[in-house]
Design a protein around this ligand. Structure first.
Ligand code: ZN
Ligand code: ZN
Length: 285
């Protein structure tokens, strides 16, 4: 029985350099039972294996941006699906389904830059390097876009597939680098929000709070010039209504040192294996 509401299970809850909590990978299960991965970091192949989930169980992949802790599991995913059959699902090479891929067009271009040296060796006539992202994934085109605002690429791109609707909106992570947050629709105009990797945009978060069931925000307790993540010192200044809906993820290995302080402000802290009901914002496992 598929769940009647969308759920999100975190396989990894740690930041780029976490050894204890694993790099970012989560599984979104839609009400009709479609399984989507949100990012696919370098530890994802082992995380899925440990959770008893096969690559062939996954219907689609959403990518927020191209850093190793978010995408380095994708080569494994692509090769396994392309060359191997499993669990009654044929390999792509033998006509099996390609997993769907949702990524903002600017992110997608960087994604191929990082995957191409491994994935492009599919012959095309005389060219031994004829492989493209489309050989491995059913790359979805956006159904609507918001034009450039802060950078040369679209400010936001909206995608729909089956019973999933998601908007990838540019956020400020590393200056000049395409990075997106996600608005995962859970009802009419209502969504669960996922930061990807982002600095804190308090005004935006407060604005969308009435339409948001739950916020997942990357978090760091280390303040440094040129911050590229969700600095806790800024998250702590968010309105209480936002904090009480917010789950801190992509955190460092020292998170337990800060648990009491964070929970006193209403935040929840993500741990690997946690499952959230995205319609209510509640943790259910
Ligand atoms: Zn990251
Ligand atoms: Zn990043």
């Amino acid at each position: 029985m598929p769940p009647s509401t969308p759920t999100l299970q975190l396989f990894g809850a740690g930041g780029a350099f976490s050894r204890k909590y694993g790099t970012t990978c989560a599984m979104l299960v839609t009400p009709r039972g479609m399984r989507w991965l949100v990012d696919c970091g370098r530890q994802a192949p082992d995380q899925l294996y440990a959770a008893g989930v096969a690559w062939h169980d996954i219907d689609g992949q959403i990518v927020t941006h191209v850093h190793g802790d978010h995408v380095y599991g994708l080569e494994d995913f692509a090769f396994r699906r392309f060359y191997e059959a499993h669990g009654g699902v044929a390999s792509i090479r033998e006509g099996g389904p390609r997993p769907r891929l949702i990524a903002h067009s600017a992110v997608r271009a960087e994604l191929w830059e990082t995957l191409a040296p491994a994935l492009r060796y599919i012959p095309d006539g005389d060219d031994p390097r004829g492989g493209t992202l489309d050989h491995y994934f059913d790359v979805l085109a956006p159904r609507a876009v918001e034009g450039p605002k802060h950078n040369a690429w679209n400010h936001a791109e909206a995608f729909a597939s089956g019973d999933l609707s998601v908007r990838a909106r540019e956020c400020v992570h590393v200056p000049g680098k395409p990075s997106t947050s996600l608005e995962l629709e859970v009802g009419d105009g209502v969504f669960a929000w996922w930061s990807g990797d982002s600095t804190v945009d308090g005004r935006w978060l407060a604005k969308i709070e009435p339409r948001t069931t739950i916020f997942f925000h990357d978090c760091t307790f280390i303040d440094y010039p040129g911050q590229v993540h969700g600095a806790f010192s800024l998250l702590a200044q968010l309105p209480e209504t936002v904090r009480r809906k917010m789950v801190l993820m992509h955190h460092e290995d020292d998170i337990e040192d800060h648990r009491a302080e964070a929970e006193a402000l209403g935040f929840r802290i993500a741990m690997p294996g946690d499952v959230f009901d995205l319609a209510t914002g509640r943790r259910i496992a």
